[in-house]
Design a protein around this ligand. Structure first.
Ligand SMILES: [Zn+2]
Length: 122
């Protein structure tokens, strides 16, 4: 029975990797000034001024339609760290966990959403 459980666990991880691989990447949209009135799906907006990052916003990836705003100003809490990757994508640290509404919890790495309970972030 132990071997069956191991095989099932392995298949689950393979399935999660496959789902992640086929997920389209988000577009990174760097803007100066105000956010547009409605945000595009599968897009992450990085609001900056003179190269200084203010905040990032995106539609909640669960599909609930809520807009998630994340502060990038180090002096304010809570604060997320945005890193620009060599493949022209961005990653955010730490994870994003909505405390109200849908309670989605995910990591944003290399312009993809990694649900917290599925696979660990890389
Ligand atoms: Zn949601």
């Amino acid at each position: 029975m132990v071997i069956v459980r191991k095989i099932i666990n392995h298949l689950r991880k393979l399935w999660a990797s496959f789902q992640l691989w086929r997920q389209p990447r988000y577009h990174s949209i760097f803007i100066e000034g105000d956010l547009p009135n409605s945000l595009e799906d599968k897009a992450i907006y990085i609001v900056q001024e003179d190269g200084f990052l203010w905040h990032t916003s995106m539609l909640c990836p669960c599909g609930c339609g809520e807009v998630i705003h994340l502060n990038l100003i180090p002096d304010e809490r809570p604060c997320w760290q945005l890193s620009r990757n060599q493949d022209d994508t961005i990653s955010l640290f730490p994870s994003i966990w909505r405390t109200k509404g849908c309670q989605s919890h995910f990591w944003f790495r290399h312009n993809k959403v990694h649900w917290h309970r599925e696979i660990p972030p890389y």
